[in-house]
Structures are given as C-alpha cells and as structure tokens.
Design a protein around this ligand. Structure first.
Ligand code: AMP
Ligand code: MG
Length: 390
C-alpha cells in the first residue's frame, strides 16, 4: 500500500502535546507512526488493532513470524497485556525502566496473535525518551513497534533513515534527532525456568543479575530446539548493508590495525585477481586511535594510491579508504551508537567493502559485536575473518 503524503513532524523544544496530537490521532485511527526512542526509531501501531499491526509487516516487508515489541508509557499498563507472575519483571522495571530493556512475559488474551507471531508470550518495553513517552500517553493504547527500517536494512538511528526506507509507505514520521544508544534494546525472556537474554543490548547480564539475583543465560547458550520457539526472528539476516562487512579482530588497537592492513591487502589482491577495474572503495569503521596505527601512511579519504606502504601491495590500483572514526578511543558505547549510522553512510557512498573494528565482548561490547557479526553475515564465520576473537 502506498501513501500519498508522509507527514514529517520535526520536534521543537520545549516539547508540547500539540506537537504530537496529529501522530497520536494517526495511531488511534489505525495508522502507523515512526517515532524516536533512546535505542532506535520504532514503527508503531495500536497493538490492539490487528489491521494496523498487519500494516507494519507490510510497510517493513517483515516476515510475519517475527514478533513485535509492545511499548507502554508506565508499568501499570503491563498487567492488562500479561498473565502469570510479574515479580521479576517488576523488580527489573523499577531498576531499568524506562530504559533499553524489553521483558518477555506470558501474554493475555487482549494481545492479538499478529503482535506475537502466534507465541503465547509478549515482549514489553517502556522507552526512556520524552517524545516517545508523551506520544504513548497521548495515544493511550499500547503501541506495537519493531525498528522503523525496511526489513533487512540497518535499524534507523535518525529520522532521515526512516524517511529513506519508508517515505510513501507510512503516514507519519516524528523527527527528534539522533537516538542516544543507537542499538536495539536487550530482550530478556522471563517465561522459562531461567531468565534468557534473547538479544544483548545496553542492559547487561551483570545488571540483570544484580537485581533478580539470578544470572541470565545468553540465547546462544541454548540448544537449537530450545532456542527456536524463544528467539523468533533471530534467524533472519539483520542489519545488512549492501557491501560485505569484514571484522578486524585483535586484543589491542595495534593488533586490530594490523588486521585492517591485512584485510585491505586481501581485498586489493582479490580485486586484482578478478581484474576489477576502477577504484576500490573501502569503508573503515574504527576508533581514531586504531586507525592512526594503521601503517598505510596518510590515508586520504579519497583516491588514495595503494602502492605506497601497504605490505604486500605493489601495484598501482587506486584504493579509496573512507574512514569513519566513531570516537578517539576504542569504546563500545560509542561504537554501538554510531554503527548503524556508519553502515548506512557507507551504503550511500557506495563502498565495495566495509571493515569494522572488533571490540571485547563485555558490557555494551556484547551488543555491538552481536550486531556487527550479523551485519557481517549472521552467525557464520566471515570469509575474511583474521586474528583471534576478542
Ligand atoms: P525489532 O524491534 O525490529 O528488533 O523486533 C522486535 C524483536 O523483539 C523481534 O525480532 C524478537 O526477537 C523480539 N521479540 C518480540 N516479541 C517476542 C516474544 N514474544 N518472544 C521473544 N522475542 C520477542
Ligand atoms: Mg529490527
């Protein structure tokens, strides 16, 4: 279904209800609204309205067996959507909600099948974002919302990304700047014997354990049979830019810089073998510290002649490295918040290959590496993986 006009609401501060009334009415009338949260932009519909929720799947091109997260403005709205014990959920919510934590609970009859992909569980989150909370209160219905990208594209961290993917397909986008975390929420399943992190995010296993006294298992630690019913949608290729993504592993910046060198060299070698003509463009996502350790001297952002100093390169092909420094030092929170943005930028520029810096898998690093590995081709080892896993 196409829409004649996509209304773009640019939020001005101070935030007032009247800026959001149009969007709240779209939701109440069964329409779709893309809205900002602290994680990524969401594409929302009234969770009680099956036709409205069906329109989310259509606009995104999302497979119908991939369930949605239901967004509410406060903990008192959770009871109507669920059955069973809320003890752990309440403890966690009082510690980390509003915030980037989604809890999976037994659903009530009020939640339509289409929201949960037929599961008997429902995922619920309270976003820590003024505009989102105000919109949810005004709409006064629970809002089912996945990320507001076309299925398979990196999640949107700015309204412009939503516009790029969904203009002409949805009636309204609220623009309130960049999302602070830039990665989707932690999804925690509380319906089994033990809590399970189905998707790592900014709320970590340590933080969850500190509140409920039980260490959650990572979904990757479950057998396939245990995982399939619990982690629906995880099988899909997510966060994929057009270009291939290679990951530069290594314990320290200098190790990763060496890997970047090696990957660049391999990439050029392959281009030579296959006699690709013209410039090779590589998008490099790393910290400035790591980039500055790469031994390619004076990488300009355009038309760098690769014959200078890359070990093993002695031909005259033109290499263009477009670098995106996510921060001065290697830091997972900064890398996480810029990753999807950078992947989209590289797509727009039209790079042939993306190389991204690996980071240690602790804290936000676990979520960052989870998304990066998916961008690099899912759970499979990337073809070009080099160096030890950090
Ligand atoms: P998105 O916000 O686009 O990343 O999509 C929401 C994600 O939340 C889905 O891909 C699922 O992984 C997860 N999710 C939603 N509902 C459930 C549920 N009932 N059980 C387990 N995971 C869920
Ligand atoms: Mg998504």
């Amino acid at each position: 279904m196409t829409i004649e006009h996509t209304e773009l609401i640019k939020i001005r501060k101070p935030l007032t209800d009247d800026q959001l009334l149009f969007a709240a009415n779209v939701l109440r009338n069964g329409g779709l609204v893309a809205f900002p949260t602290e994680t990524v932009y969401g594409l929302g519909a009234n969770a009680y309205d099956e036709a409205a929720v069906a329109a989310i799947f259509e606009a995104k091109g999302r497979p119908s067996d991939n369930p949605l997260i239901v967004h509410v403005p406060s903990p008192d709205k959770i009871e109507a959507l669920t059955t069973g014990s809320l003890d752990q959920a309440k403890m966690l919510m009082s510690a980390y909600s509003p915030g980037p934590l989604t809890v999976v609970l037994r659903r009530s009859k009020l939640v339509p099948d289409i929201v949960t992909a037929g599961l008997d569980t429902v995922a619920i989150r309270i976003p820590a974002h003024d505009t989102a909370l105000r919109l949810l209160k005004l709409a006064d219905v629970p809002v089912a919302a996945p990320s507001a990208n076309r299925s398979g594209r990196p999640s949107p961290t700015r309204a412009a990304h939503v516009y790029e993917d969904l203009a002409g397909l949805i009636p309204c986008i609220i623009d309130d700047g960049a999302c602070s975390y830039g990665l989707e929420s932690t999804v925690l399943d509380l319906t089994g014997k033990k809590p399970v992190i189905l998707r790592p995010g900014a709320v970590t296993a340590d933080q969850i354990e500190a509140v409920i006294g039980i260490r959650p298992i990572l979904a990757a630690g479950l057998t396939d049979d245990e995982q399939t019913p619990r982690a629906p949608g995880m099988k899909y290729r997510h966060y994929a830019p057009n270009a291939n993504v290679l990951i530069a592993y290594g314990d320290k910046s200098e190790d990763r810089a060496r890997q970047i060198n090696k990957l660049v060299a391999e990439c050029l070698h392959e281009a030579n073998q296959t006699q690709i003509s013209g410039n090779i463009r590589i998008g490099l996502f790393s910290s400035r510290k790591t980039r500055e350790m790469i031994r390619i001297d004076n990488i300009p952002s355009v038309n760098f002649a690769a014959s200078t100093d890359v070990k093993g390169l002695n031909h005259s092909d033109k290499l263009e490295i477009i670098f995106f420094d996510y921060a001065s030092e290697p830091r997972a929170d900064a890398a996480a918040s810029e990753l999807f943005f950078a992947l989209r930028e590289f797509d727009e520029i039209g790079v042939d290959m993306i190389i991204a810096e690996a980071l240690p898998e602790d804290g936000m690093g676990l979520a960052y590496m989870n998304r990066l590995t998916k961008a690099a081709g899912g759970g499979e080892a990337p073809k070009h993986r080099a160096g030890g896993k950090t």
